[in-house]
Design a protein around this ligand. Structure first.
Ligand SMILES: NC(=O)c1ccc[n+]([C@@H]2O[C@H](COP(=O)([O-])OP(=O)(O)OC[C@H]3O[C@@H](n4cnc5c(N)ncnc54)[C@H](O)[C@@H]3O)[C@@H](O)[C@H]2O)c1
Ligand SMILES: [Zn+2]
Ligand SMILES: [Zn+2]
Length: 364
């Protein structure tokens, strides 16, 4: 089957035929229906995040079950599924304490399936699976627990986006920060994930929602998803601007949704005393953020990471499906461009070039 393979950072993905073994026990063979273009894959392509290579990237996906391995009970051939990039083992401390997004076995088996082998290979060379999803391909084999069933009329591109940017962004607002009504929120980075933090903040009845982005087009687009104010750091100092918009206090909640030490510092400095800073973006490996520990104490800020929206995919993705169906989350409007798998390198040029919304591969 056809897949896009990354052999080396800073090189284009190679579209080629690779072998996909049948699913083993507890695994599911899926025909990919849609795959979103998220910056997390780009971090690997650019060498900003380390990963075992070669790899089939793509972690924001959806598809249709073709075939199931032994013992699979949650899905059957023909079912439509959202693919979760953190499937759960169900046995580790974090799975058992209700934080399946932090599953230990998933982290320990990065690049492979849970049994530490790959179903993807080319001749004798193993090819790794990004996030156990590897959806930049016509088909994939994934753990059963990474399959979240949706009804057969649910659109595949929208399902794919629930697989990462929607759950990550809305979850950051809803499950991690737990934004309270009327509060002031600033979101640094209004891309695919940031727009979902913004619409999550709107859903939770935030008062002011300040979108911060270096791209004017993104800022205009953010207003459609609930931003009430915009700040462009290339024109004004973002921390000063956010303070000015919040009566000199700073925001109650700030979110970093780009992925750099500089934007983390912006989010940190723009939070008011006692405020909460949620870091969603993945800064390049080795980056450090200089934070004054005494100011941290005196200002009582809370600085938190947020992985996969602090959501439990199996429980919370169906919530996103319901919110979309009820018209409370706009996923249709996020999808601004569709691509063929053959054009994936162009899709990653477009995300880096500042295209608004989310690109999605819909033809494989
Ligand atoms: N925590 C998680 O579970 C999780 C999940 C998905 C993605 N991510 C990470 O979230 C980040 C955002 O992903 P995305 O797909 O939305 O990316 P994106 O490229 O769609 O959006 C990033 C946005 O940041 C803006 N930006 C760039 N420099 C900026 C600056 N100095 N100040 C303000 N804005 C700036 C860009 O113009 C763009 O709009 C990435 O680091 C990605 O890896 C994390
Ligand atoms: Zn993602
Ligand atoms: Zn686990």
């Amino acid at each position: 089957m056809k897949a896009a393979v990354l052999y080396e950072p800073h090189h284009p993905l190679i579209i080629e035929d690779v072998a996909l073994d049948p699913p083993k026990a507890g695994e599911v063979h899926v025909k990919i229906g849609a795959a979103g273009i998220c910056r997390s894959d780009l971090h690997v392509i650019k060498g900003e995040a380390n990963h075992l290579l070669p790899v089939v990237l793509g972690h924001e996906g959806s598809g249709t079950v073709l075939d199931v391995g032994q013992g699979v009970t949650r899905v059957k051939p023909g079912d439509r599924v959202i693919l979760a990039f953190v499937p759960y083992c169900g046995h580790c401390h974090f799975c058992l304490s209700g934080r399946a997004n932090l599953c230990d076995l998933h982290g320990a088996t990065s690049g492979t399936l849970f049994d530490r082998t790959t179903r993807l290979h080319k001749g004798s060379q193993r090819i790794h699976h990004y996030g156990k999803v590897a959806c930049f391909a016509q088909e994939s084999v994934v753990p059963e627990t990474g399959c979240i069933p949706v009804s057969s009329d649910f659109p595949l591109p929208q399902a794919a986006l629930i697989g990462c940017c929607v759950t990550t962004g809305v979850g950051a607002a809803m499950y991690n920060a737990r934004i309270t009504p009327g509060s002031a929120v600033a979101v640094v980075g209004a891309g695919g994930v940031g727009l979902n933090v913004i619409q999550g903040a709107r859903l939770l009845n935030a008062g002011k929602i300040i979108a911060v982005d270096i791209n004017e087009g993104k800022l205009e687009f953010a207003m459609r998803f609930g931003a009430t104010h915009t700040v462009n750091p290339t024109i004004q100092d973002p921390v000063a601007a956010i303070k000015e918009l919040t009566g000199g206090l700073g925001a109650d909640y700030t979110f970093e949704v780009f992925g750099s030490s500089q934007t983390v510092l912006t989010a940190y400095n723009a939070a008011r005393k006692g405020g909460t800073v949620v870091v969603v973006g993945l800064a390049p490996t080795g980056d450090n953020v200089p934070i004054d520990p005494v100011a941290l104490v005196r200002q009582e800020k809370t600085l938190k990471g947020c992985y996969y929206g602090s959501a439990r995919p199996a429980i919370d993705m169906p919530v996103m499906v319901q919110l979309y169906r009820a018209g409370k989350l706009d996923i249709d409007g996020l999808i601004t461009r569709t691509y063929k798998l053959d054009d994936i390198n162009q899709a990653y040029k477009d995300i880096d070039g500042g295209d608004v919304g989310r690109g999605v591969i819909t033809q494989f």
